[in-house]
Write a protein that binds this ligand. Structure first.
Ligand SMILES: [Zn+2]
Ligand SMILES: [Zn+2]
Length: 96
């Protein structure tokens, strides 16, 4: 399977293979989606692994880290921190 680039918008299903099926030449990743102009993703925003064999669904997950690729990207873009699953509810040290 050649690596893929995926449109980062959940409302858009544009994806492109980054390798020419006939010549085997690699194709450079477009920076923005030609359909909706959202940024394109060619690696997992969480673990940086190439997007290979990503199912064509609205919220595809990285086969390596299992994170939702588009959701993770949106979180990075909007600067929202992922709630830690190991957060034990320690009181904030800045209580005064
Ligand atoms: Zn798009
Ligand atoms: Zn990943």
């Amino acid at each position: 399977m050649p690596p893929l680039a995926l449109c980062s918008s959940p409302a858009c299903d544009f994806r492109i293979k980054l390798q020419d099926g006939k010549t085997g030449k690699s194709i450079s990743t477009p920076h923005i989606c030609p359909k909706c102009e959202a940024p394109m993703l060619s690696v997992c925003p969480e673990c940086g692994f190439l997007l290979i064999d990503i199912p064509a669904e609205k919220h595809p997950r990285c086969p390596v880290c299992r994170f939702d690729i588009r959701e993770t990207f949106a979180r990075l873009v909007f600067g929202i921190h992922r709630p830690s699953p190991r957060f034990k509810g320690d009181p904030s040290p800045s209580e005064s």
